[in-house]
Design a protein around this ligand. Structure first.
Ligand SMILES: Cc1cc2nc3c(=O)[nH]c(=O)nc-3n(C[C@H](O)[C@H](O)[C@H](O)COP(=O)(O)O)c2cc1C
Length: 221
């Protein structure tokens, strides 16, 4: 697949076919993705690839905590947005819920959707990225973003879809218990990964972008 075509085709996938992804393919993706850049080549990423019974256990633990009303407490706290950023957050949620046929006041269906996020959108596999706490939490995330996007792009080469997501790691103790990720590492982000179910309404979402001219300053050119 052409590079630019891949970048333009990538989108967050929130519905997957119940088809396992071969370990060899997941390994190939990571072998490519580790070519991502990082500050002074620190390569701060640790990958934990989860599937099968282990993933089911995490999904179950996430749902249990969500249903018990426990507040999410990811290792990297969630931010709340204001102004234009809040508007964009609301816009994408409106589009998504319209596609899913979920009304604003339908709390039950909204909760069901939250639970689907906690179930990694029912993907057959997930890649959890964790980072040694000694590396700090802010600058290192530039490299984590680079490797996450590289995974998402490389996955397309194997007809796989991904969703970079916080929702699977909102209860880090659940993930730690199943995977053994130590307390000395922050669980930074995860990706659900699998073969997209293109009939699933949420996968029809086309997220918009602010035009380049609105977010670019040209100097000396
Ligand atoms: C750091 C990060 C966290 C995200 N967390 C979630 C999440 O928890 N749930 C979700 O549905 N999408 C999540 N996304 C996906 C974004 O919603 C998505 O990238 C954005 O709406 C643009 O859509 P696109 O990826 O289809 O282009 C996350 C993306 C990033 C980069």
């Amino acid at each position: 697949m052409e590079l630019i075509e891949a970048i333009q085709n990538r989108k967050s996938i929130r519905g997957y076919k119940p088809v396992p992804v071969q370990k060899q393919i997941l390994n190939n993706i990571l072998q490519v993705a580790i070519r991502a850049p990082s500050g002074v080549n620190t390569q701060p990423w640790n990958f934990t690839v989860v599937a099968g019974e282990a993933l089911e256990e995490i999904k179950f633990g996430n749902i249990k905590r969500f249903e018990s009303g426990e507040s999410p407490h990811p290792d990297i706290p969630l931010e709340s947005f204001t102004g234009i950023y809040k508007e964009r957050q609301v816009d994408i949620a409106i589009q998504l819920f319209q596609l899913l046929g979920i009304a604003r006041e339908d709390k039950e269906k909204r909760n069901d959707w939250m639970k689907k996020g906690g179930r990694f959108f029912d993907a057959p596999a997930a890649i959890i990225i964790s980072v040694d706490k000694s590396l700090g939490s802010e600058r290192v995330m530039l490299a984590i973003g680079a490797v996450a996007q590289t995974i998402a792009l490389t996955a397309l080469n194997y007809d796989l879809g991904t969703c970079i997501q916080d929702q699977g790691i909102l209860y880090p103790e659940v993930v730690r218990k199943v995977t053994g990720i130590p307390e000395s590492q922050r669980i930074a982000i995860c990706l659900s990964i699998g073969y997209p179910d293109w009939d699933f309404p949420a996968n029809k979402l086309e997220s918009s972008r602010e035009p380049v001219e609105n977010c670019t300053t040209w100097c000396g050119i």
